[in-house]
Design a protein around this ligand. Sequence first.
Ligand code: COA
Ligand code: MG
Length: 276
Amino acid sequence: MTEPRSWLFVPADSEKKIGKALDSAADAIIFDLEDSVAPDGKVRAREVMKGLGSRSGGPQWWVRINPLRTDDHRLDLELLGTPDIYGIVLPKAESGADIAELAHRTGNIPVHAIVTETAASLFGLLSYRDPKSSLAAMSWGAEDLSAALGASSKSDESGELSFTYKLARSLCLAGAVAAGVQPVDGVFADFRDEAGLTAEARAAAREGFTGKLAIHPAQVDPINAAFTPGPDEIAHARAIVDAFDAQPGAGVLAVGGKMVDRPHLLQARRVLERVR
Ligand code: COA
Ligand code: MG
């Protein structure tokens, strides 16, 4: 399957929301056992998960377990194999060693790591490069990071994300690409602001992210649209690939009156890979 564009979180203790998530067009659903479930709700959330069983087709099912080295983490892992889980979302990951530790317990199930949620995590973003690893995606988060850093806000006075969180976001992008896994942009919390979400998702797509976390079903369609190449983008990419196919020995060519060389060809191929 191609990389999920939309990754929709749903609190695993809410059957009502789970029903809605399953009806959405999300490419991936993340059943959350961590921060959106209160400590008292975790046992029930695991029971709900066990009841999900299996199915054929549809979106990928992922489960966000609790962080390594917690009692809940251990209990969450006992769930694996019961419902039809495609992969694990690991919060508060700090380095590639955490992925190896998880894989040691779970085998080779795909892992999506949230990689910027602790202070130490910012220093580990180049450590995920391991060709044998089961890592499939990396995303970033500002909420837990700002709490960890003792910040009173993650934004500056104009409402823009402060430098520290922009840094985390860029390091996540570069770290994921360096590791050869999917870079996934973080959540847009203001779920009633569709225009704001679309602008943020498009900006992420321009920068190289190929998907985005969602927290509300209304965010799924705008995210899917932002990460799907449009007709003009596809036509332009095809023109570049065709031009190089026609002249395989060429290093540089003109397409549509502009210079294109190897980086443009790589970029064009990447666009065509994302066409659905
Ligand atoms: N998945 C599935 N269904 C969801 C949903 C989600 N993530 N978020 C909201 N819904 C449902 C609601 O239950 C509601 O259903 P109803 O019409 O049958 O009552 C409908 O969509 C509309 O929801 P709305 O009233 O707009 O929002 P809300 O106030 O009920 O919920 C949140 C707001 C933020 C609590 C909710 O979106 C949520 O739980 N999001 C996920 C949070 C999460 O998992 N966080 C962890 C990652 S950061
Ligand atoms: Mg969190």
